[in-house]
Every structure is written in structure tokens, then in C-alpha cells.
Design a protein around this ligand. Structure first.
Ligand SMILES: [Zn+2]
Length: 205
């Protein structure tokens, strides 16, 4: 984690902070300002250090690209739209529509392009920090094999698909100077166990 922050910090103007959050759905997300949240149940889902590092590098990249900030700006545009609709439809109907749209937006995943961009620059950060960037590819493979009922939120937030794996593997092939030294075989992974004294933050009461 320290190695990842050190590499990522030069690309972002606020200090990165990592939080462990208690939620039932395994997930990880980043908010503007440099906070990265990892849900504790994700720590039981990831099989090795490389997968966890890949997830953190991906989230840190969203922050560097200001993806969450851009999404909030988009939502504010919709609130501005709501004011116009209020005049046309009357307050109750307009508000109901706006709540529905904003609710959908919150649950809406980033586009595949934004996700792939975070995957690729995340793999650069992981490689520079000394973590095998194949960890994210291994994690995607596991999403594909996993029971979808078990990880719906993670999948909706990070649509795992062949395209994202292919984009990453192509990026590895295109930059052999950086990536050829890393072993693509998941058998080379470092076993990961959750530290018993890990501090947990509760976002909801
Ligand atoms: Zn993402």
C-alpha cells in the first residue's frame, strides 16, 4: 500500500488515504480528494496480494483521472435540468423523475473506456510499485468463474469482461520493457491473509 501511494502521489495533488470499510458486498471505490475505500469482504474474495494491489492501483487511477469528480459534475448538470423540468411539469412529477435519474446515475457503472483507462494506468502504477500487474487479470478471470449472485455490486461497478482483460494483456505486450519481467502465471502469486488487527471504518451506522 505504501509503495502504491508513493508511486501514485506524484500524479495527484492530495494525499492518498486508504480506508477499510465494513459492507457485505465485496467492493472498492475511490472518492475525489484521494480517499480509497476497500470493503472488508473484498479481502476475503481476493486470493493473493497481486489481486488486491491491482484493485488499489485501479482505484487510485480513477482518482488521478478525476473520474468520480467528472461523474458528479454530470449529475449536477442533471440537477440543473430538473429546475427547467419543474416549471414544465410541476414540482411533484419533476422531482420524482429527477430522483429516479440521479438514483440510476449513482448505480451506473463507469463506461468501459473509463474502466479500461484505469486498468491500464493502474497496471503502470502497480508495475512501478513492484507489484505484479497480472493480479488484475487474475481477478477478472475469477469474476468470470464466480457465482454472479455473490458479486453483483462488484461486477456492476467494474464490469469484468474479456475486452478489459484483452486491453490489459495488449498493454503488457506493447511495453515489454516494463511488463515482461512479471510472471503471468497465477501460481506465482503471493498468498494473502487478512491481518487480524486491521482497522475497520463503518460508513453507515
Ligand atoms: Zn473502476
Amino acid at each position: 500500500m505504501d509503495a502504491i501511494s508513493r508511486v501514485a502521489q506524484s500524479q495527484y495533488d492530495h494525499p492518498f488515504k486508504f480506508f477499510l470499510v465494513h459492507e457485505s458486498q465485496p467492493n472498492a471505490f475511490a472518492t475525489p480528494g484521494g480517499n480509497v475505500y476497500v470493503v472488508d469482504s473484498l479481502l476475503f474474495f481476493v486470493k493473493n496480494t497481486e489481486q488486491l494491489a491491482g484493485t488499489l492501483c485501479h482505484e487510485v487511477s480513477h482518482t488521478i483521472h478525476r473520474d468520480a469528480m467528472n461523474r458528479i459534475k454530470k449529475e449536477q448538470k442533471i440537477e440543473a435540468l430538473e429546475v427547467g423540468t419543474t416549471i414544465l411539469l410541476g414540482p411533484t412529477v419533476a422531482k420524482a423523475i429527477a430522483i429516479k435519474i440521479i438514483g440510476d446515475l449513482n448505480s451506473l457503472a463507469y463506461s468501459r473506456e473509463i474502466e479500461s483507462r484505469a486498468d491500464v494506468s493502474g497496471s503502470d502504477i502497480c508495475a512501478q510499485a513492484g507489484y505484479n500487474p497480472w493480479g488484475l487479470v487474475w481477478l477478472f478471470k475469477e469474476f468470470q468463474d464466480a457465482d454472479t449472485k455473490q458479486i453483483p455490486q462488484l461486477l456492476s461497478d467494474h464490469p469484468a469482461n474479456g475486452t478489459r482483460m484483452q486491453t490489459l494483456e495488449q498493454h503488457f505486450r506493447d511495453n515489454p520493457a516494463v511488463f515482461s519481467k512479471f510472471n503471468p502465471d497465477p501460481k506465482s502469486a503471493t498468498a494473502f491473509t487478512v491481518p487480524k488487527d486491521a482497522p475497520v471504518v463503518f460508513l453507515r451506522p
